[in-house]
Write a protein that binds this ligand. Structure first.
Ligand SMILES: *Cc1c(COP(=O)(O)O)cnc(C)c1O
Length: 336
């Protein structure tokens, strides 16, 4: 199967599985799992934060992050299409009584700071208290510019807001810019990282922040059911991924650029390509037949008004050559 729906579909490699099999474990609720402790220490060091916490999913890591930043009746400013507003089942509102204040992102994925400023509520009992600005990097594959991160940092300092980055794919941003993770994360208070996207682990996310913040996060992780026992088996996959699967993200970006160019040359309307994602517009009548055609050839696509194709470590260049060849064959089979 060649699966281009998401970079979440990656499966652990033989080498990652053997690292997992060899992991030393303990009960992490007692703080006794050496492999989890090593992963958290590594994440803290890489992000330049004092501490880090291992959680089962990015959704839970973002929820715990919001619960730590905002009390009941407080709010966070976030993008309309951000994962931790739109795609996490309203968890912050449902479970934390935290009010989201969504705003539209600019074309480049940034939240314009002059717009953010207009939505910061004055300290008046009519309003929820604005506590946090939440950014997403990458957003739909778009890398937030370093200069913007710096401005957002200064902006939040002067408005007494905390700054959280949903960095599910932040390593894609670091690799695309040719900078270290720290170069990006120096401009936020807290961040989440997904290990189970392009980094290729089966499970796991990290929340990074100050020591005090991560201590508070441990209570919320426990309450939301995310404190695990011999989770060193999963953390070993994370350590393996941070060691072996970061710099290779460039291959995914190069493959996405190649795929975009090939499809464009074949007459497909490619609307954009950012890091490891290609977005194409299909004529409405083609969406379902293309999906079925590709399925028949062992290629899985999630087609719609906008079709997102995601490259990752389980699709190499020959696999993409097959995708392009089958796409062309499909187009040739269509009546004019
Ligand atoms: C995938 C993703 C998450 C977390 O997803 P999980 O499936 O819960 O791990 C969070 N934010 C963004 C931007 C994501 O793409």
């Amino acid at each position: 199967m060649i699966d281009l729906r998401s970079d979440t579909v990656t499966r652990p490699s033989a080498a990652m599985l053997s690292a997992m099999m060899a992991a030393e474990t303990g009960d992490d609720v007692y703080g006794d799992d050496p492999t989890v402790n090593a992963l958290e220490a590594k994440a803290a060091a890489l992000s330049g934060k004092e501490a880090a916490l291992f959680l089962p999913t990015g959704t839970q890591a973002n929820l715990v992050a919001l619960l730590c930043h905002c009390q009941r009746g407080e709010e966070y400013i976030v993008g309309q299409l951000a994962h931790n507003y739109k795609y996490e089942a309203g968890g912050a509102a449902v479970l934390g009584s935290i009010q989201p204040q969504p705003i539209l992102a600019a074309k480049d994925g940034t939240l314009p700071l002059d717009v953010v400023e207009q939505f910061i509520k004055p300290d008046d009992f009519h309003f929820a208290m604005t506590r946090l600005l939440s950014l997403e990097n990458t957003h739909n594959g778009k890398v937030l510019p370093l200069a913007y991160l710096q401005e957002a940092w200064a902006f939040t300092r002067s408005h007494k807001l905390a700054l959280h980055v949903d960095g599910a794919r932040i390593f894609n941003a670091a690799v695309a810019l040719g900078v270290t993770l720290r170069d990006l994360t120096q401009y936020c208070d807290t961040l989440t990282i997904c290990l189970s996207k392009g980094l290729g682990t089966p499970v796991g996310s990290l929340l990074c922040g100050s020591k005090d913040y991560i201590e508070r996060a441990k209570r919320w992780r426990k309450m939301t059911g995310g404190a695990m026992r011999q989770s060193g088996i999963l953390a070993a996959a994370g350590l393996y991924a941070l060691e072996h699967n970061v710099t290779r993200l460039q291959d995914d970006h190069d493959n996405a650029a190649w795929l975009a160019a090939q499809l464009k040359a074949a007459g497909v309307q490619v609307s954009s390509q950012n890091t490891n994602m290609v977005f194409v517009r299909l004529p409405a009548h083609q969406a379902e037949p293309l999906k079925a055609w590709m399925r028949g050839k062992g290629i899985v696509l999630h087609t719609g008004a906008v079709t997102r194709l995601v490259t990752h470590l389980d699709v190499d260049r020959p696999a993409l050559e097959k995708v392009v060849a089958e796409w062309k064959a499909f187009l040739a089979s269509q009546p004019d």
